[in-house]
Design a protein around this ligand. Structure first.
Ligand code: 9G3
Length: 593
């Protein structure tokens, strides 16, 4: 069995404040001079160069001592705010019995991303990607009376999700640390209260961590329940696209953001449609070029699979968008009758059903269900595939040429679209999802029989909420937002050390050595987290390392300065440097903490 030692490390840290100081000659600094070629984003590059992490396998990392200190600071802030919100910490197993996942029905639902294994007796287990099943199995045993509700239980635990393409270092790893909380309630109103408490606690956590974040409405996926919000850190390296209004607090993941129907009316049909040869055109842009039209005047027609019917077969459904707009697969998957998550029909299925190749598809004469986007619905006299390979129709019009179709919100919103709340226009930004709060409803309490007795003595399935924070991902996100060309610039609340002392050639100058040791001892006596760089290295190398690691306050002690009775202070954030007299530096730097 894989025993996770997270718990013991944390417990040790919580009572180990005395070890605040460190001497580089007795530490594992592990900084790198060169940029690692495999790092594609700045946080991955800097986490490797600053000696925070080392990859041990694809998507699996060791947290080196400097990284561990940052992890523990993040966890400390999370614990403080979760405890303040009334959540209670527990600790669940990383390795989970597959039976619980069979009970919840998720064992078959998830593909290879759910890592399955067998023990020596051939019993089936999974490496925990999340813990709804485990916590519900505990709740159904330990919570029997409504008087025990509401209750909110959390852990900080290693997760494993076998991502097909782990990348960007710990930002999208396979093994990562998550704070995951689960709340149980007698009714929806109680769930809403805890949801709001956790939403507020998350805002406090990310504010204390010094992150520029936005809570956004999110797709609650296949999870039941009614709502979900993601906490997104704004960063160009983010994989999510979030949209927000410039005139209101509307904000949503692009998967969820509603694309309103254009205000203008559809133009009247001009002449009858006719066929044009567009040999070799496979995309909207190629067809538009061949026809001398703008992509906006060409319809984009895609074919997806319908839900499986009793006889195991499924229909093919055509989705139509304005040629220069993109299908939102999450919205499409939510339309009744369409397989969710959506699957595009294969070329052979398309050929069998329409006789044409994907580049020549269109709604005219299509014998299946046709669903068109709200903006496509306003198109007139447009071009579309003729369902005849190498040919398109021009001057096509809805109703006249395509009598049966449905209109739905199928597309991604775009920069400048009107905000769905009617206030202002939408702007798009990339975001890194660092937290998510969900209303689960009774999805797990029903499937796993977690009930309490109500006043009337009848069993009630508990309402549940769940709340996650990507602890390791938060650190990468912080670096994406706080760095310069020299390295990391930690928010003070996350810095691995508060103060660095750089002694210039201590082996050659007793004055330097004595002054450095004295300041080191005084800072440590005040409980300051100090890294004393006593390596016999060239000053340039020492400075570069301290800036790379991003220690907020750096004090340099050298012969020249001491001769004038002073040391040099430098702020990592502002770059501000100043000479401070030796007898004032202690108070000077403590005043900045
Ligand atoms: C799996 C695998 C990957 C998964 C899940 C299950 C994501 C899965 C959603 C959640 C919802 C919340 C509690 C903390 C906050 C997020 N990826 N999700 O359920 F089997 Cl392989 O994890 N869980």
């Amino acid at each position: 069995m894989i025993l996770s030692c997270r718990f013991f490390t944390n417990a040790a840290f919580l009572y180990d404040f005395k070890e605040q100081k460190m001497r580089t000659s007795k530490y594992l600094l592990s900084t790198l001079k060169e940029n690692p070629v495999e790092a594609a984003v700045v946080s991955h590059r800097l986490m490797l160069r600053a000696g925070l992490i080392r990859q041990i396998a694809s998507g699996i990392y060791v947290w080196l001592p400097t990284g561990m200190r940052v992890l523990q600071k993040v966890e400390k802030i999370i614990r403080e705010e979760l405890n303040r919100a009334g959540a209670i910490e527990l600790f669940m197993p990383f390795v989970q019995p597959a039976d619980l996942w069979k009970e919840s029905g998720r064992y078959e639902k998830y593909g290879p991303e759910l890592c399955r294994l067998k023990d020596r007796k051939k019993n089936e287990f999974v490496l925990g990607p999340t813990h709804e099943e485990v916590i519900t199995a505990i709740a159904r045993r330990e919570i029997k009376s409504a008087r025990q509700l509401p209750i909110n239980l959390y852990q900080i635990q290693t997760k494993f999700r076998d991502e097909i393409r782990p990348r960007f270092g710990v930002m999208r790893g396979r093994e990562f640390i998550m704070k995951d909380a689960y709340s149980f309630h007698i009714d929806h109103a109680s769930l809403e209260k805890t949801y709001k408490d956790m939403y507020d606690a998350y805002s406090r956590i990310f504010t204390r961590l010094g992150l520029d974040f936005r809570p956004v409405e999110a797709d609650n996926g296949s999870i039941g329940g009614s709502s979900s919000h993601e906490f997104q850190v704004l960063a160009d390296a983010g994989e999510d696209t979030i949209v927000f209004s410039d005139k209101s607090d509307y904000a949503a993941n692009i998967e969820m953001a509603e694309a309103l129907a254009p205000a203008y009316d559809r133009k009247a049909p001009a002449e009858a449609y006719s066929e044009k040869e567009t040999k070799g055109c496979h995309t909207v842009d190629e067809a538009a070029a061949a026809l001398g039209l703008d992509a906006k005047q060409v319809l984009k027609s895609l074919i997806v699979r319908g839900e499986k019917k009793e006889d195991g077969t499924y229909d093919l459904i055509m989705l139509c968008l304005c040629g220069n707009q993109e299908l939102n697969e999450v919205k499409a998957g939510k339309i009744a009758g369409i397989l969710d998550p959506i699957e595009f029909a294969t070329e052979s299925e398309i050929a069998a059903f329409t006789g044409a190749t994907p580049g020549s598809l269109g709604p005219v004469g299509f014998k299946g269900r046709i669903i068109i986007d709200r903006t496509a619905d306003k198109m007139a006299n447009f071009a579309c595939g003729a369902n005849h390979t190498g040919y398109h129709f021009i001057n096509v019009n809805w109703d006249r040429d395509v009598p049966n179709y449905e209109v739905a919100d199928l597309r991604n919103v775009e920069e400048g679209d009107p905000s769905p709340d009617g206030q202002g226009t939408l702007h798009l930004r990339k975001g890194i999802e660092v937290g998510q709060v969900f209303m689960l409803g009774t999805k797990y309490s029903e499937s796993m029989g977690a009930t309490v007795l109500g006043e009337d003595g009848k069993p009630i399935n508990m309402q549940m909420g769940c709340y996650g924070i990507g602890v390791t991902r938060v650190i990468a996100a912080a670096i994406e937002q706080h760095h310069d060309d020299k390295g990391i610039i930690w928010p003070d609340s996350m810095a691995p050390f508060q103060v660095a002392i750089v002694a210039i050639k201590p082996n050659k100058s007793q004055a330097v050595r004595e002054a450095a040791e004295k300041l080191y001892a005084e800072l440590e006596a005040k409980g300051v987290e100090v890294l004393y760089d006593d390596r016999d290295e060239r000053p340039g190398v020492m400075f570069a390392d301290m800036e790379l690691i991003g220690i907020p306050h750096v004090i340099t002690i050298g012969d020249r300065g001491l001769a004038a009775g002073s040391v040099e202070y430098k702020s990592r954030k502002t770059g501000q440097k100043e000479e401070v007299s030796v007898d004032k530096i202690l108070d000077f730097v403590c005043a900045k903490l």
